[in-house]
Design a protein around this ligand. Structure first.
Ligand code: IMP
Length: 428
């Protein structure tokens, strides 16, 4: 009954695809449990590269069943664009399952995301503008549209009307925009529903049955621990729970079915959007990491903010997710540095913090306390075992492991799929 949760341990874009690749071939189901098309990952198969935002990475593999769980917010237009793009390249997507209880991102959610950010001005979150926050806000406000609502015209019309009643007041009176038409929106959503129908299923039941039958389910997180609406750097977070607990609420599988929790961390840290980031580099080292690591967003193309490895963040990720393993990615990016700083604790107004401050004002004021390790200059992309890594590189990994309170089970050594060292199996 292996239920494996895979999550980002930092602020996202850790390279979860590498870990999925290691596990993927032995998995029966890959289920996404949070977020929407704010995520972005590239999946490389042979010479072909696929940029996916909403579909689970498992879609490329015909032997497993990709699932979009109830915790995901689904923009049907984006879903069909991704399906059409893949099918045009010969990838069959007919095995995709979408939860009937997942919430829909309607066109008005996208509009609201953009106007709200503009309205917030210097207080903006730096969202991806995909309507994620407004769709989750409707879910919590109990005026959301769920997938199964798309199949009943009268019911859908009532729901759209209820949802737009207040929004239109806001759009017109506060944001000086035109109101959104209820009938036209209902019509558009009905059409999208028609196309969505063949994929829709009771995915909670299917996943539970699969686990009971001894099948392997990979719960694939989007975004990451520090972007979690409860456990991240609030308010500079996304609107869902990318931490391990979200795998249960976002798919309808109980916590006793989870057997493994794998966190993915870069050998340094990146962040997009606004919000505090203690180890952020504003000098040429930051530029160097960005260039060496090709740190530009898959979803928005935005340059990512870059900084040194933050062990306080990783220890926190181990704690909040109950990590059993870490996959360390992009270690090769650090090749060529004489010395590599690691943030081991924070200084907040003269007080040392070894653990994550819960008060966001303290976190915003945190100055990194660094320890420095010697670097390495050898190309590590051809190393296939831990012992083949240069001694200083091994020492860097061992130190990260010690500081993170969790074993490092795999190490990414280059951009290709096979540029990975497996230290402990992620699947037994
Ligand atoms: P939203 O998820 O579009 O509402 O954006 C909220 C915050 O999360 C912003 O800072 C985004 O840049 C960030 N964010 C959302 N999705 C991702 C992701 O997949 N990787 C990294 N950051 C993300």
């Amino acid at each position: 009954m292996p239920g494996i949760v895979l999550i980002g341990a930092q602020w996202g874009d850790e390279g979860k695809g590498k870990a999925t690749d290691l596990i993927g071939t032995k998995v029966d189901y890959v289920a996404r449990f949070n977020g929407g098309n704010n995520a972005g990952h590239s999946v490389v198969v042979g010479d072909e590269s696929y940029a996916l935002h909403l579909l689970p990475s498992g879609i490329i593999n015909p032997h497993l069943t990709p699932v979009i769980g109830n915790g995901v917010v689904v923009d049907p237009e984006v879903l069909f664009q991704e399906i059409d793009g893949l099918e045009a390249r010969g990838i069959d997507c007919s095995h995709l399952l979408v939860s009937e209880a997942a919430h829909i991102i309607a066109p008005y959610h996208r509009t609201l995301d953009k106007v709200t950010e503009r309205f917030l001005g210097k207080h903006k979150i730096g969202t991806t503008g995909r309507g994620i926050g407004p769709a989750y806000a409707d879910k919590i406000n109990r005026v959301g549209i769920r997938v199964h609502d798309l199949f009943n015209e009268q019911h859908l019309h009532d729901k759209v009307e209820a949802s737009l009643h207040q929004k239109n007041q806001m759009l017109v009176k506060l944001y000086n925009r035109r109101p959104i038409d209820v009938d036209q929106t209902t019509e558009e959503l009905l059409k999208l529903g028609e196309r969505l129908k063949p994929y829709v299923a009771n995915t909670g039941l299917i996943l539970n049955k699969a686990l009971d039958e001894g099948k392997t389910v990979l719960f694939e997180g989007a975004q990451a621990t520090m972007l979690d609406v409860d456990h991240g750097t609030y308010p500079f977070v996304t609107s869902s729970n990318p931490t391990a607990g979200g795998a249960c609420t976002g798919t309808g599988v109980g916590p006793t079915k989870i057997t493994r929790v794998i966190g993915v961390s870069k050998a340094y840290v990146t962040r997009v959007g606004e919000g505090p980031f203690p180890t952020e580099l504003f000098d040429e080292s930051g530029e160097w990491l960005r260039t060496q690591g090709h740190e530009f967003g898959v979803t928005t193309g935005r340059p990512r903010r870059c900084g040194w490895f933050d062990a306080v963040v990783n220890r926190y990720a181990s704690q909040v997710n109950g990590l059993t393993d870490i996959v360390l990615t992009k270690l090769d990016v650090l090749t060529g540095l004489e010395e590599i700083p690691i943030c081991v604790a924070y200084d907040v107004d003269g007080e040392r913090y070894d653990d994550m401050p819960t008060d966001q004002a303290a976190f915003a004021a945190a100055k990194p306390i660094y320890e420095t390790m010697p670097g390495w200059s050898e190309d590590i992309s051809n190393c296939h075992s831990f012992d083949e890594l240069p001694a200083t590189c091994q020492a860097y990994v061992k130190r990260l492991e010690e500081l993170s309170n969790c074993r490092i089970s795999a190490i990414g050594t280059g951009p290709q799929r096979d540029h990975i060292i497996s230290v402990h199996s992620l699947i037994d």
